[in-house]
Design a binder for this molecule. Structure first.
Ligand SMILES: Nc1ncnc2c1ncn2[C@@H]1O[C@H](COP(=O)(O)OP(=O)(O)O)[C@@H](O)[C@H]1O
Ligand SMILES: [Mg+2]
Length: 253
């Protein structure tokens, strides 16, 4: 099952009193069921904060986030975990060094009282292109790309419909990045996932995303189809600049 997402007037303030900072003044966008939607913009523009708010890792925001027309705040935690999962940038930091892959994958199954655990773990690990024997490995016995595959398997094990991907390949070597992007692409084609993907790399957006939002200082300046990258079809000055910088970079390579 695919899900649609609606983010409306999402805003958040960090700190209070004179040190209060409005990190997201107001963010709105809609994502169609089965779509891959990109969030791009310079470092500090609020991309990760948007994903953290959507998943309620940060919960003191205002506005509305709806999944299939239902407010995320109204979806009980257990059900929310089975609807939406996040994958983080750093596959080193996101896995506990003393936990085997089996422990990592088993934990959500226990919490959610799912049976056929061994079978589900085997399926999850092979779905991300790793052999079943890797269930007995620890993070230090895995390469960066393999760790990110395990992080993706952990996100998939509860069979969510929506994945929030925060720079899922930017900590990886270029050759490994392509493997992980191809894996994500294949999983989306097979399962009809909806993806919201943060990246600073417009080549990744062009390869993966249907549409993308350009963020600047906590606001969405423009939402564009991925085709707008090749032709630089942006109208907003900042989005144009971002795209032309990326096209120049691509040209030099
Ligand atoms: N917990 C927090 N407390 C205070 N400021 C924060 C917090 N989280 C993020 N910020 C600030 O919000 C802004 C946006 O951060 P972030 O969403 O991480 O940006 P991006 O992912 O686009 O690089 C930054 O200026 C950051 O310092
Ligand atoms: Mg970030």
């Amino acid at each position: 099952m695919s899900v649609s997402v609606e983010v409306r007037d999402l805003s958040i303030v960090f700190g209070s009193g004179p040190s209060a900072v409005k990190v997201l003044p107001s963010v709105s966008f809609s994502v169609k069921a089965g779509e891959c939607f990109g969030l791009v913009g310079e470092s500090g523009s609020g991309k990760s904060t948007v994903l953290r708010c959507m998943s309620l890792l940060t919960d003191f925001w205002k506005g509305e986030v709806e999944i299939n027309g239902r407010s995320v705040r109204d979806i009980p935690l257990i059900e929310r975990c089975r609807t939406l999962q996040m994958v983080f940038q750093d596959p080193y930091g996101s896995l506990h060094p003393r936990q085997s892959v089996r422990t990592v994958l088993n934990e959500p199954l226990v919490i959610h009282k799912l049976d056929d655990r061994e079978e589900r773990m085997r399926r999850a690990i092979t779905d991300v292109g790793l052999p079943v024997s890797f269930l007995d490995r620890f993070p230090h016995q895995l390469s960066g790309g393999q760790r990110q595959r395990v992080a993706i398997a952990r996100a998939l094990i509860l069979e969510p419909a929506l994945l929030l991907l925060d720079e899922p390949t930017s900590a990886l070597d270029v050759s490994v990045q392509a493997e992980i992007l191809n894996l994500l692409q294949r999983l989306r084609e097979e399962r009809g996932f909806t993806y919201i993907m943060v990246t600073h790399d417009l080549a990744v957006v062009d390869h993966m995303c249907d549409r993308f939002a350009v963020m600047l200082r906590g606001e969405v300046t423009e939402i564009l189809p991925h085709e707008a990258i090749a032709t630089n079809g942006a109208t907003h000055a900042y989005a144009r600049e971002l795209i032309s910088a990326s096209l120049e970079y691509e040209g030099i390579r």
